[in-house]
Design a binder for this molecule. Sequence first.
Ligand SMILES: [Zn+2]
Length: 107
Amino acid sequence: MDLMTPTLLKKLHQYILNDAVDKFYRLKVWRDLRLIALRRDDYKCQYDKRLGLDTKADTVHHIIPVRDNPRLALRLSNLESISKSNHNREHPEKLEKEKKFMNEERW
Ligand SMILES: [Zn+2]
């Protein structure tokens, strides 16, 4: 399943250029597809599953990151359900960014 269209791809390229990829995650097409991925994975963290653990997934991760290959952003086979803690570990750069935000914007 791949819900990417030329129009959406253009939009996504624009988001990436503007450092506004968060806009992609607000699109209905993404919200719908992430639910399909979670249902496919039975709302289980696929990382922990590989370790024989049974953990709830609440996040959907792009195996090949959106910025690396926007064409794969809406391809179901590029998506994996993952727990929040594993996802944060997978994206240390995101946490750093948030910390920076806290330090610079809040204090
Ligand atoms: Zn991710």
